[in-house]
Design a protein around this ligand. Sequence first.
Ligand SMILES: *Cc1c(COP(=O)(O)O)cnc(C)c1O
Length: 232
Amino acid sequence: MDILENLGQVRERIYAAAHRAGRNPGDIKLVAVTKTVPVDAIKEAVACGITCLGENRAQEFLGKYSLLPSNLEWHFIGRLQTNKVKKIVGKVSLIHSLDRWSLARVLHRASCEAGIVTRVLVQVNVAGEEAKSGLSPAEVKDFVEEAGRLTGLHVCGLMTIAPWCEDPEQTRPVFRQLRKLALRLKLESLSMGMSGDFEVALEEGANIIRLGTALFRQRNLSSPAHDRVCKR
Ligand SMILES: *Cc1c(COP(=O)(O)O)cnc(C)c1O
């Protein structure tokens, strides 16, 4: 794996997309998605300058969290079971995947017990795909208002996973819609864009992008991570 080279190319692409959109690349947070990536490769990424990691399973996150330096920033990006909440609250700096009221309540309670406020993004299923979690765009306003009353939570913004498309240009309307929604609700953080579509997401206002394959793919082998993406 050539993480340094991958990271260099990713940074160039982020800068170019930010430039096209007249944005400051410094405003864009790169979350390195480390699901299925072994700890040694994560350490290599950290040595290359990666500081923010994203995991989508509580068990895998906890294992890696205990093995890696404590100065790293962790984001939780997957469907979170309520019975795992206590274990991860206080260890992650942002949860991207608040997708239901029962989870909001459990997160609120666990955060209050721990004496902290947990930062969250509300996950929106913009394209209405059955296999994906997230609120429908029409539900977001009420949900954000209600969740805003829970003192253990700070709703910072919205997150979406766009449908997989061969041509990333086709995902543009999804990103545009999420941005509009966030603007209307005066929410600043917009987590959108993955390896296949992050440039379009950046042009549409993403300020958090979540990249796995683009950073951790192996160049000389057929890419299992890519197969995973296509089956989504
Ligand atoms: C796996 C995953 C990513 C990263 O996907 P890549 O296409 O490998 O960049 C981003 N967001 C979520 C929620 C994921 O589960």
